[in-house]
Design a protein around this ligand. Sequence first.
Ligand code: MSP
Length: 506
Amino acid sequence: MRAYLSTPIYYVNGSPHLGHAHTSVMADILARHHRLTGQETLLSTGCDEHGQKNQAAAEASGLTPEAYLDGRSAEFRRVFDALEVDYDVFVRTSRPEHHRAVAEVADRLHRGGHLVKRQYRGIYCTGCEQFKKDSDLTADGLCPEHPSLTPEELDETNYFLEIEPFRARLVEHVEADPAFVAPSRYRNELLNMLSQPLEPLCISRPKRRVTLGVTLPFDEDYVAYVWFDALINYVSNVGWPDPGYERWWGAAHHLIGKDILKTHGVYWPIMLMALGLALPRRLIVHGHWLGAGGVKMSKTLGNVVNPEAVVERLGPDALRYFLARHGRVDADSQISAELVATTYNAELANKLGNLLSRAGKFVHTRYDGRVPEPGPLEPADEALRAGVLEAAAGMAGPLDLAELAGRMARLVAAADELNEYFTAQAPWTLVKSEDTAERARTAVQVTLDGLRLVFEALAAVIPASSERALAMLSAPLPQGGPWAPRLDRLPGGTPLGEVATLFPRA
Ligand code: MSP
């Protein structure tokens, strides 16, 4: 099995924000999970560098467009690197291979008779980089997504792709493949979008208005429309139009926020149909993050969570963990720097790090640094082990983004069970008498082996911390072959590594 996971490519008119970090971290978690469970995986993320709003930002910066784009894309890359997003392809739509693919798509559609040139008057939101219908706007004529930008009235001649002829086929595809859009709420939304006739899609911009883009091969007065251009990254990343691209293209899963369902669920599949190319396997859609109290994050309200600042304060795993634990797919979720710090302290530091350090240090002081040999298991030991194994099994096998938060909650419950068990068994008391010394040994081995399993199960979510914890336990993730949760991979006699604080309290 193979999986090609992609994130949207982000506009570079500002610094990377939490929403960008979220989709890229989720895609990375799914990609790591796929790799751990033995699938060949390709992960792409990166920057959408063309279009009117990037052009305006470049102009405002006083830099040349090239220097502006180089600086911003390096900034996105730095933040994704800091968040341990292990991408295989870092997209920049300014790359020549991507330009070539966009020109090729435009040319094929033109030659195939799918494009018409005509005059058009419409209202344009540069925030969305999309034409809007009156019904898309508020009573005051503003875009609900970008109320601070006054939509522009445009009257110009452009190239349009006829998309209505493909609507029935797309509806059939979505209906025949229930997994095409997940979760089903967005599948219904897509079917709803497809229940009305579709207006032609404007795929060009005159150069007198927009120059940052790919020149149309058949009319050099125009560049390709930024969305038309950006969507093509999904195939240009894997080498299209050269042969061999099918190797990955057949396994494409696009992760997207709910805001861009129409471009990915309507325009992109229809572009592919018009080209005679296969559709992506799946659209994986998620909800948005709001500030605490459910309000949109904004600079004016001062509730913006800056991913780089969080990483600096608490490390990448604090943010990765929070996003995986609390991000929802079919509803919005809330975040603030304080919520991230509280979750980090309460769960990573107090439940996992603290138990690792207590039990690990106990082994160093009482058992000469070697995991003690357990005695016969009692019902309390068996129950705990079964619970931890079941929680860890949630992270083996197929994992839907929609299931991630629930699986994380189950692992937190397992960490609670481990803490309660360790406290209830109290090996530091049992160890004092010869009659109970064997019980002490059992309790310590069962606790450490359970912790090991929890850290293995968290390997895709908090890779660096999981690796450090497993090194302290001298139990690195087994290599060569898909990961499967197993008990007793930390047997009695194992010499532990140095036990240090894994998650210093914030
Ligand atoms: N450039 C286009 C995408 C082209 S893909 C072929 C674009 N860029 S964007 O910079 O606006 O990024 C949008 C994406 O960022 C969303 O779909 C989502 O993945 C992520 N997020 C932006 N804000 C978000 C939240 N508040 N919460 C979660 N994710 C959000 O659209």
